[in-house]
Ligand binder design. Sequence first.
Ligand code: NAD
Length: 486
Amino acid sequence: MKEILNFINGEFIGSASGKTFENRNPVDNSLIGMVSEAGAVEVDKAVAAARAALHGPWGKLSVNERVNMLDAVAGEINRRFDDFLQAEVADTGKPIHLASHVDIPRGAANFKIFADTIKNAATESFSMTTPDGRTALSYAVRVPRGVIAVVCPWNLPLLLMTWKVGPALACGNTVVVKPSEETPSTATLLGEVMNKVGVPPGVYNVVHGFGPNSAGAFLTSHQGVNGITFTGETRTGTAIMKAGAEGIRPVSLELGGKNAAFVFADCDFGVAVDTVTRSVFENCGQVCLGTERVYVERPIFERFVAALKEKAEGMKPGRPADPDTKIGPLVSQEHRQKVLSYYRKAVEEGATVVTGGGIPDMPGELSAGAWVQPTIWTGLPETAAVVREEIFGPCCHIQPFDTEEEAIRMGNDTPYGLATSIYTQDLSRASRMAQRIEVGLCWINSWFLRDLRTAFGGSKQSGIGREGGVHSLEFYTELRNVMTKF
Ligand code: NAD
């Protein structure tokens, strides 16, 4: 039986209370191992270790030495690529071809990209004349914020965790990570990597557990933490912001979405269908940037619905290692209950179920997994729950529109503002739409295409702050102004 331990001050440790919880594989509900649940004692130890490390050898490294160490972390993740891949796939059930192209390579790249960013980040300087006719020169320096709490979701566990840990460490901070209770494995494995490449003890710590009354809440309310970076649901973000308020600790929040795609009649039809297929169904719909609302210009509405239906019905569910597998299960039985409740609600609200709506027939032990059918609805009003609320499953509602203005109005009628994608060959129209759709990320004739130097984040209730490239430095450093009179 695998034991998944906390990683504190360079050591793998259980919890003083002896509390553990199960980690299950969503493909067949088999038990992967038991996870040690950190209590207040372990969280306290981890924060103390992180604080001590700030003032130890880590804090004395030059930027170049730190950056070389992060390059070595990326190298070691790549050397142990298969270990990370197997761990991530067991925790999430996602197809191996997806995890091996997205999750693990990006997990490693996140250390390299921020190592490069910090080496090249400039700060401002100003010169002025003083009232007595002399000169004063101001320059800014970036200093680490301190101990950073990193609270992560389960949909892209290694990728989203390193997207925070990479810049936090590049900027000279130390971290305490609280991975999702659903996906504890790769964060733990990263502890081995840190030790192997010589990252000093206490720089990277991992505490396992849940949110309220568990490791998540203990960590975010801990007054030894100087900043909290969180990716997850908007409701949890609200609790985390409240925790941050105590002690005036800044928060960086990447939250939920109810992202719209707009398909105009003049689009490249094949590109639109293929890309919307990915944005709705990839990772079994468990991507924060994924599309759950599709607005299609009326002349091509029927044709588009038929084409997406055909694609959805071609998404073969199966084992992660099977090269024919197009879609994995949801992350857990609990999440499946939530998604299926929306499948039922759509019918109750009068949706036309174009395809799916239930559980696929899976053979043998797979029948115990967290599978759901890719699902498409039409015919609902914009007020319906499945059109308004984030489901986080492989499903979408498709709505026709007649004018650009109407499409924008429906698109913006949501409390969320994470991402959108627009399909048209008229780039003037696409640019107009990009100005008016209230989101942090807009794709034109594409989706999930990322340049890691660009700003990433949501507006409205989808988040606070931007990550990526130099934008990550805003949260992971404090800008100190130094003025010299001479
Ligand atoms: P979640 O909010 O349920 O949990 C995220 C993490 O927060 C977990 O580690 C959990 O244990 C912890 N947590 C829960 N309650 C807490 C509390 N009160 N205090 C401290 N920690 C707490 O989210 P999830 O279900 O793991 O992930 C799915 C959600 O994440 C979706 O809403 C999705 O849109 C969002 N997401 C957003 C982005 C983005 O970049 N904007 C990226 C990925 C996922």
